[in-house]
Write a protein of this length. Structure first.
Length: 433
């Protein structure tokens, strides 16, 4: 049931028309922007969650940061009101329903639809992370399925705004908010980074595929114990997608995918019929069942470069570099392992599948793919300056090192990426002397 407030007016401009949703932290209203004559959504936060000036100023700062984001999946923020009794955020109105509502009503989504929605959200998060903005509350309830078929992601920054003034965890360990989507570092009070959002992506994908959360825990203590035991079983899930889930829900953020762009790209490849990038995301020590052992003529996917942490995001929302990534020479070890695996595959093809004259019954192109070094990965979508830094690294350290480092550089601020390239080139020059 909805309610109406014909007298409600926010900032002398946005007239409340109809309440369309309510929850533990806020209520959402359909409203009218009387200056621009357009429909908007107004999210009115419960007053007790933002009781002082500092908390309201934090809300304004987070709203401003989110308003700078421009991506077709991200719901736009138009205005913020920290003056009224109930602080409010004015945003784009999306007609549709949340992914959580859809799952509760209909159960698991068709596999391809679940993957497409998650890929949409991953790409939106990658855009936000490159701008220094971490969502902090990625969950099915914040993924909207618009009536026009588009996926939309809402509520950037609101979780951060509420965190300091309204603890989600109560004294007895129960949770007011959405416990099932909380990453281990959120439960333990650890640093929040872009990879925290990757855990939420894993929750979104798993619930969309299976209709259930990763763990059935109902308290923070029980959830933390379950998370430490490792990712849950993914029975009935496509093996390559299970590898993505295992990586995204890893307890240690360093074991999660490199960044949201890499995860989105792997899911797009899966949708296009190539499961190898998704299968390669399985964390170290987790066997992937996606390989078809009977298809000996398949090209073995190159081993994934070891996941390196993205720059952490500090309180001001700006990325900074913490612990330096592993040294570049690890990339040479991985390249050598890939070459050995490819040569072994060629031998298996010859021995297992001989033709009429004892020759391998495999097309020349397939054999060439199996015996050659892995081809370079597609260019990483990143800022305009990325290509120049990658080229400089290739000149100083070689193409393989440049390819291995390109995803890491894409997730950095320009100055940090330049410093990283300088450090690597100097190291290469020292080793060459």
């Amino acid at each position: 049931m909805t309610s109406r407030d014909e007298e409600g007016l926010i900032l002398d401009r946005y007239r409340l028309v109809e309440r369309i949703a309510a929850g533990g932290s806020a209520e959402v209203w359909r409203a009218r922007d009387e200056q621009l004559d357009r429909p908007v959504a107004v999210k009115r936060l419960h007053p007790h969650l933002l009781p002082d000036d500092a908390s309201r100023q934090r809300l304004v700062a987070e709203a401003r940061a989110a308003a700078r984001l421009s991506h077709p999946v991200i719901v736009g923020i138009y205005d913020v009101d920290d003056t009224g009794e109930s602080p409010a955020i004015v945003m784009e109105l999306v007609d549709g329903e949340s992914l959580a509502t859809r799952i509760d009503r209909d159960g698991p989504l068709p596999e391809r639809e679940a993957v497409r929605i998650t890929a949409d959200v991953a790409e939106a998060l990658y855009h936000a992370h490159q701008q220094g903005v971490v969502h902090r509350d990625v969950k099915p309830g914040n993924v909207l399925l618009a009536e026009d078929g588009r996926t939309r992601l809402v509520d950037f920054g609101i979780a951060h705004s509420l965190a300091a003034s309204a603890e989600r965890l109560t004294m007895d360990g129960t949770v007011i908010g959405t416990l099932r989507a909380m990453a281990p570092e959120q439960l333990s009070g650890g640093p929040i980074t872009p990879r925290t959002d990757l855990y939420g992506l894993g929750v979104v994908l798993l619930e969309a595929l299976t209709g259930r959360p990763p763990y059935a825990a109902t308290t923070a203590v029980a959830l933390a114990e379950a998370q430490r035991a490792g990712p849950p079983a993914f029975g009935g899930v496509d093996p390559a997608l299970a590898a993505v889930l295992a990586a995204s829900l890893a307890h240690d953020p360093a074991d999660r995918p490199l960044h949201a762009g890499a995860l989105g790209s792997a899911l797009r490849s899966w949708l296009a019929g190539d499961p190898s990038p998704a299968a390669a995301m399985a964390p170290a020590g987790v066997a992937s069942a996606s390989a078809d052992t009977s298809a000996v003529t398949q090209v073995v996917p190159a081993p994934a470069v070891a996941s390196l942490p993205l720059p952490e995001t500090g309180p001001a929302g700006q990325a900074d570099i913490g612990e330096r990534p592993r040294r570049w020479r690890y990339a040479w070890v991985l390249a050598a392992l890939a070459a050995i695996a490819a040569l072994a595959l060629a031998a298996v093809v010859f021995l297992v599948n001989p033709g009429a004259n004892g020759a391998a019954d495999v097309s020349p192109s397939a054999l060439a793919s199996a015996t050659q070094s892995p081809s370079p990965s597609p260019p990483i979508a990143g800022p305009g300056w990325l290509a120049g830094e990658v080229e400089r690294l290739a000149e100083g350290c070689g193409d393989e090192v440049a390819r291995a480092e390109e995803p890491n550089l894409a997730g950095m601020q320009r100055k940090d990426a330049r410093d990283r390239v300088k450090e690597l080139v100097e190291s290469c020059e020292e080793d060459g002397d």
